[in-house]
Design a protein around this ligand. Structure first.
Ligand code: KIV
Length: 312
């Protein structure tokens, strides 16, 4: 049985275990669904890890969540590597997936291997890339180089301009294309495949067809696991959220409230209180008390014009 909560003694989640959690390989009781979230920094990574999340994805969604951009297209591999490095420091149990950024793998299989290597060198334990048949060769070569790969089909946000927006994929005749893409990526050696924004019946069909786990986002409950963007899950985002992004908390409102209370207390002089200050030692305290301070200015003196006009 798997633990739902992490403890310091929990063992590391590794690729063979994740692959074995395919629902059809083990009974559902012995193979609980895979819970994956995104994280972009050390603090978030630690919290997710402590909660017992199985896989943490440093997603290129950091372009939108961290960098305030409108798509994932501009984020660079160097930026992805930086965030992989800091997230890796926060994980003791969860498996870390690094997302390959737009144009860091599409050009050639050799480019893909080199880019994947950069993320693995800073702590990623596998890499994710978007696309189907057209990137199967890339997946194959990365896997052959010893790096595990997670595929990503359906709505692939790096192709947002080709899709004409963040639109549901695989409706009607295009369902076969999404299925073929998922199969191609599995055949190329991916150990799991993310299914994004496709109808639930198609996702369930793909899940039954594949022998590796599927991880859904906006793809219904019929997948072997689920992934959500941490800011959506925690209710941190002030932007529009996609329909599938359930808020499990409302930390955005809680944060605004905390900041506002801080502002109020700083202005009122009630923060910091004695409890938040360091004590001087007895000798220091006596020295400070014995020092003569100039008398405080009277109200009249404060109203007097400055002797030196600094502006003219
Ligand atoms: O970048 C990301 O956050 C992702 C997930 C939505 C799967 O790719």
């Amino acid at each position: 049985m798997y633990e739902s909560q992490n403890t310091s003694t929990s063992r590391k989640v590794r690729v063979p275990e994740l692959r074995a959690r395919k629902a059809t390989v083990l009974s559902p009781e012995r193979a609980p669904k895979i819970a994956m979230v995104t994280a972009y920094d050390y603090t978030m990574a630690r919290l997710a890890d402590e909660a017992g999340v199985d896989m943490v994805l440093v997603g290129d969604s950091l372009a939108m969540v961290v960098q305030g951009l409108t798509t994932t297209v501009p984020v660079t591999l160097k930026e992805m590597a930086y965030h992989c490095r800091v997230v890796a420091r926060g994980l003791t149990r969860a498996h870390l997936v690094g997302d390959l950024s737009f144009m860091s793998y599409q050009i050639s299989p050799a480019q893909a291997v080199k880019s994947a290597g950069k993320l693995m060198k800073v702590g990623a334990e596998s890499v994710k890339l978007e696309g189907g048949e057209e990137v199967a060769e890339q997946v194959y070569r990365i896997v052959r180089a010893g790096m595990p790969v997670v595929g990503h089909v359906g709505l692939t946000p790096q192709s947002v301009h080709a899709f004409g927006g963040f639109k549901v994929q695989g409706r009607g005749a295009s369902a076969n294309k999404v299925l073929a893409d998922a199969v191609a990526i599995q055949q190329a050696g991916a150990f799991a495949v993310v299914l994004e924004a496709i109808p639930p019946d198609l996702a369930a069909d793909i899940t039954r067809t594949l022998t590796v786990p599927t991880i859904g986002i906006g793809a219904g409950a019929g997948c072997d696991g689920q992934v959500l963007v941490c800011a959506d899950l925690l209710g941190l985002s002030r932007e529009h959220q996609p329909k599938f992004a359930k808020r499990f908390a409302n930390l955005g409102d809680a944060a605004v409230e905390a900041f506002a209370t801080y502002v109020k207390e700083v202005r009122a002089g009630t923060f910091p209180a004695v409890a938040h200050a360091y004590k001087a030692n007895a000798l220091q305290a006596a020295t400070i008390a014995s020092r003569s301070h100039p008398p405080e200015a009277s109200a009249d003196e404060l109203d007097a014009p400055l002797a030196l006009d600094l502006w003219h």
